[in-house]
Design a binder for this molecule. Sequence first.
Ligand code: NAD
Length: 348
Amino acid sequence: MTGPGKSPGLALDQTEQLVVVHDRDSGLGAAIAIDDSTLGPAIGGIRWRTYPDEATAITEARRLARVMTLKSALAGIASGGAKSVVFRPDPVPSGPTRRALMEAFGRSVAWLGGRYVPGLDMGTTLDDLRVVATRAPEICVLEPSEATAVGLFAGIEAVTRLRWPAGLAKRTVLVQGAGHVGSSLARKLAAAKALVLVSDVEPERAGRVAALVDGAVVPPDRVIGHPCDVFAPCAVGRLIDAETAGMLACEVIAGAANDVLSHRGAAELLAARGIDYVPDFAINSGGVIAIFAARSGWDEPRTTAALQGIGEQVREILETARATKRTPLSIAEDGASSRLGHRVTVPD
Ligand code: NAD
């Protein structure tokens, strides 16, 4: 079993602070992982889902917190990386019980004295954040998905131009996950005249988004290996491992899903197959940029410029990778590490 001290490639002493929360009265079980706060208060969403056990939940929080450190550092914002997970009660309740749980979580955030800035993640809602904010007012109640999609689209547009001078026009892009980010991305791709394929474990959602963009649906179990020019994973993490890296039938991988490589070595396997892998933390930073911008009082033009800047940044990462015969992942890790002043890599 993978325990909190045995997360492969991410020893416990690599996490700056791990807080495990048990609240007797509400029944809350949660963990807050602050990976690194060198650059500022650590931003990271609250994930609330069913886990097989507590250790798995904590491992996920620590891995995702590391990704947030890399993301913020590379984005050039003065914030660190964190993530929290709620693992108890299970199943996830609604109504007044949920409110009491989020209040208890907010008290734990408040004890950290502003070191952790929670946001939305899988399973939590803006209403949850509003409740947390009643106990920990430093948090930012904001839905970041559109900003993430704007940055992601800017990045995809920039990297496709490196391969195809006409950019996205007539290129086939397979979007896995037709949720907040994936559905917005699909619309932007269609407006850029790409041919859009959509996949989701919820067939009705996939069908609705595909119809909106005049695209087609790919069944979830056919995504890996389905031919396309660009594969945009916008659903689950740890998707690309030794096996799937050998099966993907695309030329570019660029999506929103965090922690999409199951291990660092998968980046080498993709490079060996001539696939341009754009590191998730380099291209999906739009949401964290928007949260930082809102907390810092940036005006709209400044925020928009920062989101669009993701395009230029990922283009440079891919160009440097080609010129130096290294992977885009290691180039992006170098960029984040030099800003942090110490070496930080994705977990193995
Ligand atoms: P979401 O929950 O709105 O959408 C995810 C979609 O993926 C859902 O429609 C779900 O049914 C689908 N899905 C789940 N498993 C799937 C599978 N195996 N195959 C196909 N579809 C599947 O989430 P979102 O906000 O759109 O975020 C998408 C991904 O991007 C997540 O991994 C998230 O962590 C990451 N991300 C999101 C943001 C943001 O601002 N929302 C920022 C950075 C990273």
